[in-house]
Design a protein around this ligand. Structure first.
Ligand code: 5GP
Ligand code: MN
Length: 457
């Protein structure tokens, strides 16, 4: 990728350093949402003072930034100022590091861009908008094709807690766009789970490596429609000139510049297959394998009722293009570490039944996870396993995350809407598979889930 910075401009350098520190070093919980981003740094000519402009997506309804939130971030910057100046001084080899002033960026351009996103997010959470259907229509594939053809640099964003579909669909589109000569990368900030690593194909880049690159012409959310589910990458995503979303979740709203949300699609990868054909790119064996992984994982190996004749017809074509189903299944499902089974053993020991056996809840604390030697990614599949019990309509698997929050994974069998249940905790997903992450403690979430299930199931 092309560098847009050739040295010499101290403001640019300071901006890059603070952006990096925000992502990696500054552990103040006031920065923790990943929503603070530095928009520019103006250094005085004599080098004594530099003003750091920042913006953020607030936690208020629709992302509003309250006066208190601005205050909190200013306070956090004030506490971190010493460390930031030290880093700037040592990294740039300055004898006199400029004093830093921090200021909320109200500049027109940036403000307008953020406001338009906040405006649409506001509509997302507004009940009237929902009722009146006050959302822009989803685009058609041809609109997406047109805008992608015009773009030079394109970044793709899979959702946090990467799964086979979000990575498979991102990699497939990335490979296709590269074939069209586009400068394209899948932007991540976490480790790829071991069992889906084989489809990576050199497509992913850590966000921190891209901070100094020319910004993307368009950034695309893949298998997700909420910037909040990008963990620390949300501000970076929102900085893009244009935003797009390609997704299949029922809880997703078309609030970006371009939107393609097909809730009938079994997987976002199924949409990618169509999009890649519409782009006129030939599907080679690597693209086919990535698409196939997305479909296999999101349909539970063609077993869930999101599996249609169309899903099988696409899968058939992918096999003819070189996919080996045995290799895929071996990589994803039959290459487990023994620690994953130890983990399942301790989780199963917490199993409890609610609503006369129609619901089951199991949990995992960080201590249990550490004791088994298993990885967070090895919790994948537990919620499905719990649902396999005869008579169970809803299964819920809740666990403490590394950063002290609580993540829920829910599955249902035939009638219960778990996307709505996840909504109570600020999450969403599909009717039969949904999730959430909340700052409520594990015990509280379990009690609340048990209570809701007793009453509604
Ligand atoms: P899992 O339980 O495997 O993490 O996710 C099940 C489904 O729910 C997936 O389609 C996933 O994308 C979605 N999902 C998981 N967590 C969240 C969340 O916090 N918010 C939303 N909107 N969807 C989620
Ligand atoms: Mn999906």
């Amino acid at each position: 990728m092309k560098k847009n910075y050739r040295g010499g401009r101290i403001g640019e350098e300071i901006k890059r350093i603070i952006s990096e520190l925000l992502l990696r070093e500054l552990k103040d919980p006031r920065f923790s949402s990943g929503m603070v981003s530095v928009t520019g740094v103006k250094a005085a000519d004599d080098g004594t003072i530099a003003t750091v402009y920042f913006t953020m997506l607030g936690s208020g309804v629709g992302g509003d930034v309250s006066a208190q939130e601005k205050e909190a971030i200013l306070g956090a910057f004030a506490s971190a100022k010493g460390l930031i100046r030290k880093e700037i001084g040592s990294r740039l080899g300055l004898r006199h590091t400029p004093d830093l002033r921090f200021q909320f960026d109200t500049s027109e351009d940036y403000g307008r861009h953020i406001e338009s996103i906040i405006g649409t997010l506001k509509r997302t959470s507004s009940a009237e908008a929902d009722a009146s259907g006050d959302f822009p229509e989803s685009d058609v594939l041809e609109d997406l094709v047109e805008v992608l053809r015009d773009a030079g640099i394109i970044y793709l964003f899979p959702h946090e807690n990467m799964d086979g579909d979000t990575l498979g669909s991102s990699v497939a589109l990335c490979l296709a766009l590269r074939k069209l000569g586009k400068d394209c990368a899948v932007v991540i900030d976490e480790k790829i789970p071991n069992n889906i690593m084989f489809i990576e194909n050199g497509c992913t880049a850590q966000m921190t490596e891209l901070l100094t690159e020319t910004p993307a012409d368009i950034s695309i959310l893949v298998d997700v429609a909420e910037p909040e589910r990008l963990s620390g990458r949300s501000a970076f995503f929102l900085q893009s000139a244009k935003t797009m979303c390609v997704d299949h979740h029922v809880s997703s709203k078309p609030i970006f510049d371009y939107n393609y949300i097909d809730t009938e699609a079994s997987a976002t990868s199924e949409i990618m297959y169509k999009l890649i054909l519409a782009l006129g790119v030939e599907i080679d064996a690597s693209i086919a394998e990535a698409v196939y992984v997305g479909i296999v994982t999101d349909t539970g190996r063609f077993q869930y009722d999101n599996t249609s004749g169309k899903t099988h017809r696409i899968a058939a074509d992918l096999l003819e293009k070189g996919v080996s189903p045995a290799r895929v299944s071996d990589e994803i499902y039959h290459s487990r570490r023994i620690e994953k089974l130890y983990l399942e053993k301790v989780v199963l020991s917490t199993l409890r039944s609610v609503s006369g056996g129609k619901g089951v809840i199991a949990f995992l604390t960080q201590k249990m996870l550490v004791d088994t030697g298993a990885l967070e990614e090895e919790t994948e599949g537990i919620a499905e396993k719990l649902r396999s019990i005869r008579g169970v309509e809803v299964s819920a698997f809740v666990r403490e995350t590394e950063d002290g929050r609580t993540k829920g994974s829910m599955r249902s069998r035939s009638f219960y809407d778990v996307a709505e249940l996840a909504g109570i905790f600020g999450g969403g997903g599909h009717i039969r598979a949904a999730g959430f992450t909340t700052s409520k403690p594990l015990s509280e979430v379990i009690a609340e889930l048990a209570d809701v299930l007793e009453k509604t199931l």
